[in-house]
Design a protein around this ligand. Structure first.
Ligand code: ADP
Length: 582
């Protein structure tokens, strides 16, 4: 438990001073909680002495006593307020900073990182796990530090009256600390199981929402719901089992505290009966015997939460310390834009997907990559953008190995237009702006015009300010594609990687997309995963990929004269598009 507290304190980093200041305020808060009781007992002592004729209680003295009581109550509130101001916002400030830091890390890791960790785990880390720390982190530190400081302040007060009572109280506190230690080690073992169940639940919810169109189309809501229901049931079973696990330790903790209360009370009663303790002191001890353990009582809950917080920090740490793919990269401005693969071998898992691939794409030319589905075309493009690192060989752009560039400086030179366009849930303007955040409105409109989307954007209810649904859900496939081309035109990068849509769009949309692509490619090095015969025919070079190897290369005229994969590919495409080889 104390290890977890120390870790949380370390986590507060630059805010640690505020945290320590909060501890000082906590001490005074607890002191001012105990002082009214001491004041009341002292008042009682004076009244009794007055009755016995030992002193004369003047009204002045009574007023002073009243003033003292009011002052202690005000002091308690004031220090409680100061503590809250110093400590409570720390969790929120740190969590916000950490979320931004995670965003930066995720931007720079290899895409393989997302394959190794499921989306649910990352989503849970950034949302609920961090929320858990921001909500409970400081509260738990306060609970534990305040709990022990509060109890110790009362123990110190009691020390002035009776040592035996203090021994009984300390024995109770030690017993409870032992029970909490046992509870802590149980929690430490349980916390990863609980967090894993939580991540699975988050993943199941994401999967369910993402798959909604398929669920509706195939009327398979029952089957899809089963995944999410199973995750809910498993989370419930795990949580109940864990809670049951804690019951004996919770009981042990409370037993020590209650037994110590009774022991304190009995000891005080014994001393009073023997005439070794005055009545007011007995009353003081009687009141304290109940309140001394109050701040320590909720620590059982706190111990469990602390262990979860500890594991959550481990989980977040494994994300925040993920190695950026470009950690050795430099900001380099390229002077030429030819792309070269030299003996590239690459595997996502054990099985190589690309095998000794070599080719050169000269600057300012268009290269079409063709081949059967699953042959490795998209993988080639992912390696050009260094979404992954090659296992063997090298990828060079403008003669510079992509490993020597930072992701930012590499991506400055590349525009990508994906087949599955993703638009952010934001305005049309901001979606296009994404290509060049500093662009003026005129530049955005010019890019939109070139990409043949200005007209339909102007007809949207708020024009460029219209908010697009998540993933672009409120626009047609063709419209989304054109907006993504406008984004790329605005970026004006010298290298364009384009994954041509395989899904057929209506002829008008098709024509506009081709026109938009025409505007995009002018004077660029263009790599296009091509499916349409017109695109392939117009390319300066065609690379034919089959089973992770370049099996043919050349122009359309050259390749159509050769036997091989390209001819077979052509006949399939011709049949699909109703063409004939001339
Ligand atoms: P293509 O673009 O030609 O259809 P890909 O490059 O997408 O082919 O895929 C090549 C092979 O790599 C396929 O067997 C595919 O299953 C596998 N693959 C693609 N992406 C991943 C990934 N992210 N993780 C694991 N395997 C992948």
């Amino acid at each position: 438990m104390f290890r977890a507290v120390k870790r949380l304190i370390d986590w507060t980093g630059p805010y640690r001073r505020r945290l320590y200041l909060g501890f000082v305020y906590s001490f005074f808060y607890n002191l001012f909680t105990a002082l009214p009781v001491l004041g009341a007992v002292y008042g009682l002592h004076l009244i009794l002495a007055d009755r016995q004729g030992l002193i004369t209680l003047t009204p002045d003295r009574a007023f002073y006593m009243l003033g003292f009581m009011l002052l202690t109550v005000a002091g308690r509130f004031w220090f409680g307020y100061l503590r809250a101001v110093a400590q409570e916002s720390i969790g929120y400030e740190l969590a916000a900073e950490q979320r931004i830091a995670i965003g930066e890390v995720l931007k720079r890791v290899s895409l393989g990182f997302f394959r190794r960790r499921n989306t649910g785990e990352i989503t849970a880390a950034v949302t609920t796990d961090l929320s858990f720390i921001e909500l409970f982190g400081m509260k738990m530190i306060d609970l534990i530090v305040n709990g022990y400081v509060g109890a110790l302040v009362i123990v110190v007060c009691l020390l002035f009256y009776n040592g035996t009572v203090v021994v009984a109280a300390l024995a109770g506190l030690l017993g409870s600390a032992w029970a909490l230690q046992l509870l802590g080690s149980k929690s430490r073992a349980n916390a990863p199981v609980q967090l894993a169940a939580h991540s699975r639940l988050a993943a199941a919810v994401i999967e369910y929402i993402r798959g909604m169109p398929v669920v509706k189309a195939f009327k398979q809501a029952g089957a899809a719901r089963e995944g999410i229901c199973a995750a809910c049931r498993s989370s419930k079973i795990i949580n109940i089992k864990i809670e049951k696990n804690y019951v004996p330790y919770n009981c042990l903790h409370l037993f020590f505290l209650k037994a110590a209360s009774v022991a304190v009370m009995l000891t005080a009663a014994l001393f009073t009966l023997q005439g070794d303790m005055t009545l007011p002191t007995f009353l003081l001890v009687a009141i304290f015997s109940f309140s001394i353990f109050d701040p320590v009582k909720p620590l059982n809950e706190g111990t469990h939460i602390l262990e979860i917080l500890d594991q959550t920090q481990d989980k977040l740490r494994s994300i925040t310390t993920a190695e950026p793919i470009d950690k050795d990269g430099r900001d380099i401005v390229l002077s030429s834009y030819d792309i070269e693969f030299r003996n590239v071998t690459f595997a996502y898992e054990a099985q190589p997907v690309l095998k000794e691939v070599s080719f050169l794409i000269p600057a300012n030319t268009t290269t079409a990559i063709v081949g059967p589905s699953g042959s490795g075309k998209s993988t080639i493009c992912s390696l050009m953008s260094r979404f992954y690192d090659v296992n063997q060989g090298s990828v060079l752009i403008g003669g510079v190995n992509v490993k020597n560039l930072t992701s930012d400086s590499l991506m400055k030179h590349i525009s990508m237009v994906f087949q599955r366009v993703y638009l952010f849930q934001d305005t049309v303007l901001n979606n296009i702006h994404f290509g060049k955040p500093a662009a003026s409105m005129e530049e955005v409109v010019a890019a939109a015009r070139q990409a043949c989307c200005h007209e339909f954007i102007s007809k949207l209810p708020q024009g460029y300010e219209t908010v697009i649904g998540e993933g672009g859900s409120t626009l047609s496939g063709g419209e989304k594609q054109r907006i993504s081309i406008a984004r790329a035109i605005l970026k004006d990068a010298p290298v364009i990687i384009l994954d041509e849509a395989t899904a057929s769009v209506d002829p008008e949309n098709e024509h506009m997309i081709q026109q938009a692509i025409g505007a995009l490619v002018a004077g660029k090095t263009m790599v296009i995963i091509a499916h349409r015969l017109a695109t392939i025919q117009n390319a300066d070079q065609i690379l034919v990929v089959d089973d992770g190897r370049i099996v043919q290369r050349g122009t359309h005229a050259e390749l159509s004269r050769q036997e091989g994969v390209y001819r077979r590919f052509l006949s399939v495409r011709q049949a699909a598009e109703g063409w004939r080889l001339g």
